[in-house]
Design a binder for this molecule. Structure first.
Ligand code: AP5
Ligand code: MG
Length: 183
């Protein structure tokens, strides 16, 4: 199972990736986690990445592509769940992987996304704490990432699910959508 999870900040990508990884027994490749790992290291590059993350700005495509493709090399052959990547059309073009089985879009209105992020702030993500930064992340999602929905829709791999339901209901809907997709 090779899956990509797409959705706005706060849509539940990380949460659903963990649930699906348990279900399919495959690893999660999270560009956000990988980049937060990079930011925590020492040196010039780490500082630069940390600054972008704090400001809620997308890192350059080249860096995002590099961290994800490196992780893919270590991912084994049973598949994986990629979440948070690709985030731009350019990143999609440089995903160094066999064809993805399905791209799951977690559809969540901005209002729900804001509420969820607000509910989580105080738990350590510096990009959650300021309203203007959350708004920038949402804006970037609409301008940079949403065009991917068209692209994957045309390729026939996109499945949209209602991400506004309970955690368990969203997981169940994803599994049903994947089932339908495979048939
Ligand atoms: P990233 O880590 O990907 O963050 P994000 O997209 O902003 O999304 P979040 O992690 O905030 O939300 P999520 O969708 O994972 O939802 P979650 O499961 O946590 O990226 C961070 C930064 O890294 C970016 O801003 C950028 O700077 C950089 N970056 C990352 N990838 C990049 C790339 N490819 N290119 C360039 N830059 C990149 O859920 C949110 C909250 O809601 C949690 O508290 C959760 O418990 C709760 N929740 C989840 N599901 C439900 C539910 N069904 N009902 C109720 N509550 C729920
Ligand atoms: Mg996340």
């Amino acid at each position: 199972m090779r899956l990509v999870l797409l959705g706005p900040p706060g849509s539940g990508k990380g949460t659903q990736a963990a649930a699906l990884a348990r279900h399919f027994n495959v690893p999660v490749i999270s560009s956000g986690e990988l980049l937060r790992g990079r930011a925590a290291g020492g040196g010039e590059e780490s500082r630069h990445v940390a600054e972008l993350l704090v400001r809620g700005e997308l890192v350059p495509d080249e860096l995002a592509v590099t961290v994800v493709n490196e992780a893919l090399k270590g991912a084994g052959t049973d598949g994986y769940i990629i979440e948070g990547f690709p985030r731009t059309v350019a990143q999609a073009e440089h995903l160094d992987a066999p064809p993805i089985d399905a791209v799951v879009h977690l559809a969540v209105p901005d209002e729900v996304a804001r509420d969820r992020i607000a509910g989580r702030s105080g738990h350590g993500r510096s990009d959650d704490a300021r309203r203007d930064i959350v708004e920038r992340r949402l804006r970037d999602y609409h301008s940079e990432t949403e065009p991917l929905l068209d692209l994957y829709g045309r390729r026939g791999v996109l499945r949209s699910v209602d991400g506004g339901q309970t955690l368990e209901a969203v997981t169940a809907e994803i599994l049903r959508a994947l089932d339908a997709h495979r048939r």
